[in-house]
Design a protein around this ligand. Structure first.
Ligand code: SF4
Ligand code: SF4
Length: 345
């Protein structure tokens, strides 16, 4: 594993970090096992959030006894000083530590939210106070919108910015990466696989590292994913013509309106697992019609047909996806594919 400097924090971190969302899907023992294996593989940057289910608890258990060897990052999506102050205490308890190295404002993806968290009585005041108290060492901002990430780092108040960045959406980093270099602010690359849409994982990681991100934090949800992602930290990043062609094919397949599986749109008023349904066509393309066997087609169809078009989910999607229409489009595509394969649907 190679290591790098986390911008002006001066901290040293592994080039491949541990994105902590997917461990929430694992049972406790498996989640702890995966995080501990990451330590063995030389990963020293761990990113989680209060909002990621029990991710912090699993990391806290797995990393206990190794605190000095690693850089721990967490975040809060709360809006006010009071709320974030309380949530930070929960994070510290869950992570079994008395300080967090990098504490971030989470998902500042709308201008209104930015104004609130940076305004009087807003979340940033809690971060600044926690830093003065030694509960956090450095401050960061995370967003799904380049302009808000940029706006954050221009204040001079943040030592890092986290944005989704992959060859599927290279525009997200336009202007931000060079500015980070000028300001010596760390660029933390989340979603290097665009939320799991891209399956050329090794190539995607090499590509983002080639672009000069400080650290890439793929979401890691299994030992197999971990081993594959961590191996890039040692690898030669050269991409062969065949790699580039495979990446280009994936980009063409994904199109412009794709779901990054961040689940910020939840909860659906009709309990539709929105990201799962939106992702089902990718799995169908990859695995073939058998993916829709054992009642899966009926399940997806039922979900799509239960959408009442209330649109409560839409304002929560940081990518502005027209969710009810996309759900319907996915079902249409599934039906076309299955009919072409001889299914009576
Ligand atoms: S528009 Fe459909 S998917 Fe969105 S919250 Fe309403 S029922 Fe759920
Ligand atoms: S629809 Fe939007 S908010 Fe929901 S999972 Fe997909 S990208 Fe995220």
């Amino acid at each position: 594993m190679r290591y790098t400097r986390l911008g002006r924090t001066g901290l040293t971190v592994s080039l491949i970090g541990f994105g902590g969302i997917p461990v929430r899907r694992l049972d406790r023992a498996e989640g702890v096992r995966v995080v501990r294996r990451a330590l063995d593989l030389g990963i020293t940057f761990y990113d989680t959030a209060r909002r990621y289910g029990d991710s912090e608890e699993k990391m806290g258990e797995a990393l206990a006894g190794h605190r000095q060897q690693l850089v721990l990052a967490s975040k809060s999506q709360r809006l006010t000083k009071e709320e974030v102050t309380a949530e930070l205490e929960e994070s510290l308890r869950a992570l079994r530590t008395d300080y967090i190295d990098l504490y971030q404002l989470h998902n500042v993806s709308e201008a209104g939210r930015y104004e609130t968290v940076m305004g009087p009585g807003g979340a940033f005041e809690a971060l600044a106070e926690a830093k003065r108290a030694g509960k956090v060492r450095f401050l960061g901002i995370t967003s799904h919108k380049r302009e808000l990430g940029l706006r954050g780092i221009e204040t001079g108040l943040f030592d890092s910015v986290m944005l989704p960045f992959s060859h599927l959406e290279p525009e997200v980093a336009a202007g931000v990466l060079p500015r980070c270099r000028e300001l010596d602010v760390a660029f933390i690359c989340m979603k290097p696989f665009s939320g799991g849409i891209l399956t050329t994982a090794e190539q995607c990681l090499k590509w983002v590292l080639q672009q000069g991100v400080t650290v890439a934090i793929p979401g890691i949800g299994s030992l197999a994913e971990l081993e594959q992602d961590a191996s890039v930290g040692d690898a030669n990043w050269t991409l062969a013509p065949g790699d580039l062609a495979a990446m280009e094919a994936e980009r063409a397949e994904a199109g412009k309106t794709f779901c990054r599986r961040c689940d910020y749109c939840r909860p659906c008023s009709n309990d539709i697992p929105i990201s799962e349904v939106l992702h089902s066509t990718s799995l169908l393309r990859r695995q073939g019609p058998s993916y829709m066997g054992n009642g899966q087609y009926e399940r997806v169809k039922g979900f799509v047909e239960s959408c009442s078009q209330c649109r409560e989910c839409e304002p929560r999607c940081p990518y502005g996806l027209a969710i009810p229409e996309l759900l319907r489009e996915r079902l249409d595509e599934i039906q076309l594919t299955l009919r072409a394969a001889g299914w009576q649907v």
